[in-house]
Design a protein around this ligand. Structure first.
Ligand code: NAD
Ligand code: ZN
Ligand code: ZN
Length: 348
């Protein structure tokens, strides 16, 4: 079968021929319906040096996957051939306390890196291929009626990651509060909708592309702002001088982290999700009192179940453009050049 593989660090992936996988005991082979192209893959291709991640190359890209069960190994009981499934992406050890609670994104005995746990498409073979070997059946969630794999694929990361970041700040997303979403791409356009669907907070969306702000408005943002030196002031103006209660940074550059903390209200949350590698100096006075600054990584398995249920009820519009596997390299180029609206999804 064909697979889009990362062959070397700081290089473009290549479409190559690899053997079709067969499932061992407890394993499942999924026929890929959709595999989302995440901006994190661009960081892998362009920013990460050899040795930064303890992952062996080559591996097949694609960590945002859904499809149909093609074959099951001995002892698999929870899914059977033909089932439509989403693949939970962070693959942990399955036995540590975090994993047993379903929080494999924070596995304490990860298969891959010591900080970021790996998974299919992140150190192990992922879904930009006709078939994906899922090493443990617990990593599959059956799709509820109303969701098909091509639509559902982005939910496993572009949906799950913001859902987790939003969910942990729910207590601060009250009817009188304001949430700022910085970066309205794959993750951000779902973040806007998840905030609107699960809270009564107002949403301000920020981006430096006009097309992204148009998308933010179309999916329900109350206000949209261009990202420049005046943005923090504009957020204060829109909030009666107070600042925003929660700011979610889906870029993670110096400028966006600085924007997030300088536009925060006291007691607010600043959550850095984007991994553009930015940093800012920190001091007692560098942000209002009791602002919490945190990073989040992906989400938990129970959260994926909740999210799929919400999406199956029609609460989310997943804006996507599909590309064939032969055209996957072009999807990444389009993403790199800011030409993707929502998510690019590879349909093998
Ligand atoms: P994307 O390319 O689809 O969207 C990024 C958006 O940010 C684009 O609309 C872009 O125009 C906008 N942007 C870029 N620079 C900006 C700036 N200075 N000010 C305002 N807007 C700006 O990317 P994505 O796939 O949604 O991923 C977003 C980020 O999240 C990436 O860094 C990705 O690696 C990271 N990510 C993190 C996790 C996690 O678990 N923490 C999971 C998935 C993705
Ligand atoms: Zn991702
Ligand atoms: Zn674990």
């Amino acid at each position: 079968m064909k697979a889009l593989r990362l062959m070397g660090w700081k290089s473009e992936p290549e479409l190559v021929e690899v053997p079709k996988p067969t499932p061992g005991p407890g394993q499942v082979v999924v026929k890929i319906g959709g595999a989302g192209a995440c901006h994190s893959d661009l960081h892998l291709m362009h920013d990460f040096d050899a040795g930064m991640m303890p992952w062996q190359l080559p591996f097949t890209l694609g960590h945002e996957n859904a499809g149909w069960v093609e074959a099951v190994g001995d002892g698999v009981t929870t899914v059977s051939e033909g089932d439509a499934v989403a693949v939970y992406g962070p693959w942990g050890c399955g036995t540590c306390e975090r994993c047993r609670l379903g929080t494999e994104n924070y596995c304490e005995n990860p298969l891959g890196a010591p900080v970021l746990s790996g998974g299919g498409g992140l150190g192990m073979d992922g879904g930009m291929a006709e078939y994906l070997l899922v090493p443990f059946e617990r990593l599959l969630v059956r799709l509820p009626d109303g969701l098909d794999p091509v639509t559902a694929a982005p939910l496993t990361d572009a949906g799950l990651t913001p859902y987790h970041a939003i969910r942990r700040s729910w207590p601060k997303m009250t009817p009188t509060s304001t949430v700022v979403v910085i970066g309205v791409g794959g993750l951000g356009h779902l973040a806007v909708q998840l905030i609107k669907a699960t809270t009564a907070a107002r949403v301000i969306a920020v981006d430096n592309r006009r097309a992204a702000l148009d998308l933010a408005g179309a999916v329900g943002a109350d206000h949209t702002l261009e990202s420049d030196a005046s943005t923090a002031g504009a957020i204060r103006d829109l909030t009666g001088g107070r600042g925003a209660d929660v700011l979610l940074d889906f870029v993670g550059a110096d400028a966006t982290i600085e924007l997030a903390r300088s536009a925060a209200r006291s007691l607010g949350d600043v959550t850095i999700v984007g991994i553009a590698g930015g940093s800012v100096p920190l001091s007692f006075f560098s942000q209002p009192y009791e602002v919490s600054i945190q990073t989040t990584y992906w989400g938990s398995r129970p959260e994926l179940v909740e999210l799929l249920d919400l999406a199956a009820r029609g609460a989310l519009h997943i804006e996507s453009t599909t590309y064939s596997l032969d055209d996957a390299a072009r999807a990444y180029r389009d993403l790199h050049e800011g030409r993707v609206r929502g998510r690019a999804v590879i349909v093998p």
